[in-house]
Design a protein around this ligand. Structure first.
Ligand SMILES: Nc1ncnc2c1ncn2[C@@H]1O[C@H](COP(=O)(O)OP(=O)(O)O)[C@@H](O)[C@H]1O
Ligand SMILES: [Mg+2]
Length: 456
């Protein structure tokens, strides 16, 4: 297998690709799409207003507003659905009830029509493989808005999963994302958004969605994650068949029996082992490797008896060394109850204005850390902690660098599985050996650097 290429920069946070303005010749396409979007918004707003008038109580109106938003996003299509899904994980940007509402957006679509699939397969594979896959065209294993996954047997007998990018999806996303970025620039001038880095946020979100089109990067990330976690015997990541992959297709070993189990399907010790091993793998990504799978929801993480399977490296982030150090320090200070130090770490990663009340911020973060340090595993609630942390940030008008937020989000996505399958696991305690190794290796490399500069 070819050596995986190092992930350049931070997949999922790069803002360039999604922002490429459409070429001039495509202006008409953009205009037509703008009209379509305006039509959907006008129609949905009219029907939304009439239902709001009918809803007598305020609670009914709020619930109505959320379902109006979800319905509107679905009508607007895959780019909006994907961006909204990303936003649903950004507990640092939106209050929890909005995150929950957006998280209900499912990402599914019909299989790729046979006449569109055929040319992609003909470009990507030798005729025998393409023919075998065409025979499966109507029954993909999964069918999302960006890709479909098929199962087939290769001429060498290997059972593989083939992820095929939807033909034309790149154009759809490029146009819609350019529109979103322009809209964000306009929104940023409106009073409710003053001080909120709307443009930057939309650039991050659209960049992260756009990165999911990059199958070359995704397969490198999958291979890197697999190599990084080679010592974690119980956490399996599919092996990529590099020689068969291309820009539009990703071929990997098929992992059988991927199904969503419920806690009742496994005895408690096997559940706990499965979650513990996954958590250790995630700590390895966060504190030691700096390459983090940020999308470990139940469609990408399959817990089995004492083991786990991770798929889909489409939203994988390369943390800078600085972000890794800051996140480790934050985690460490939190576990020893140094609230002010935690606040300073957050402040050093955040966009603030001259009138930010940093003293008030330090005070509130200290109180939050004090309330959560040393509490028993059963009492420590990561979701509540992170929600309060993000809430304090928002109140003080601080928007943390996503490089700092992504590690927290990766843990938050995992927290659902921990809570359901092994609620007694101690998040803070389990992290300590990884934190210690990270700190030792940082100290060693710092002292090596000092020695080198003393010698030269
Ligand atoms: N290697 C694999 N073996 C078996 N099933 C897979 C494999 N990779 C993906 N799948 C199935 O296909 C689904 C979609 O694949 P995924 O890579 O998550 O695509 P998407 O980016 O659309 O979420 C997964 O949730 C899983 O059920
Ligand atoms: Mg997935």
């Amino acid at each position: 297998m070819a050596e995986p290429r190092e992930n350049a920069g931070a997949t999922g946070t790069t803002a360039t690709a999604g922002g490429t303005p459409p070429p001039r010749a495509a202006t008409l396409v953009v205009l037509r799409r703008l009209l379509q979007i305006a039509g959907v918004l006008a129609r949905r707003t009219a029907s939304g207003l009439s239902s709001a008038c009918r809803a007598r109580v305020r609670r009914g109106r709020t619930a109505g507003a959320r379902s109006w938003l979800v319905g509107t996003i679905i009508e607007l299509g895959p780019a909006f659905i994907k961006v909204a899904q990303m936003l649903s994980t950004r507990a640092d940007l939106l209050p929890p009830h909005w995150c929950r509402a957006l998280a209900t957006l499912y990402d599914s679509g019909p299989p790729i029509p046979a006449e569109e699939l055929e040319p992609v397969l003909a470009r990507a594979f030798d005729p025998p493989i393409a023919r075998e896959l065409m025979a499966r065209a109507a029954e993909p294993v999964a069918s999302g808005s960006i890709a479909c996954v098929y199962r087939t047997t290769l001429p060498d007998g290997a059972d593989v999963a083939v992820k095929v990018r939807r033909p034309g999806i790149e154009d759809t996303l490029r146009v819609d994302m350019a529109i979103m970025r322009h809209a964000a620039r306009l929104l940023a001038h409106l009073p409710p958004f003053r001080g909120v880095p709307v443009g930057q946020i939309i650039a991050q979100l659209t960049g992260a969605v756009y990165a999911q089109l990059d199958f070359v990067q995704e397969r490198h990330n999958l291979a890197l994650l697999r190599a990084n976690l080679a010592d974690h015997d119980s956490v399996r990541i599919p092996r990529v068949r590099d020689e068969l992959c291309g820009d539009e297709v990703l071929v990997m070993e098929f992992i059988d029996d991927l199904r969503r189990r419920s806690p009742a399907d496994m005895p408690e010790d096997e559940r706990t082992q499965a979650v513990m091993r996954t958590l250790h793998a995630v700590y390895q990504m966060l504190f030691l490797d700096g390459l983090v799978h940020c999308d470990l929801h139940p469609g990408n993480l399959y817990l089995g008896p004492g083991s786990a399977v991770i798929v889909d490296a489409g939203f994988t982030v390369r943390l800078s060394q600085d972000a890794q150090d800051k996140f480790s320090s934050f985690f460490y200070y939190m576990s020893v109850g140094k609230g002010t130090a935690c606040a300073d770490v957050v402040l050093s990663t955040a966009t603030s204005s001259p009138d930010t009340d940093t003293e008030g911020f330090r005070r509130d973060i200290s109180a939050l850390v004090a309330a959560n340090t040393g509490v028993s595993a059963a009492e420590f609630d990561l979701v509540r902690f992170a929600t309060q942390l993000f809430d304090i940030q928002r109140r003080y008008g601080l928007y943390a660098d996503p490089q700092f937020v992504f590690p927290i989000l990766s843990l938050l996505v995992l927290e659902g599985a921990v809570r359901d399958f092994a609620p007694r696991i101690d998040f803070q305690d389990e992290a300590l050996p990884f934190l210690a190794r990270a700190m030792i290796s940082r100290t060693l490399s710092a002292s090596r650097a000092t020695e080198r500069s003393a010698r030269s």
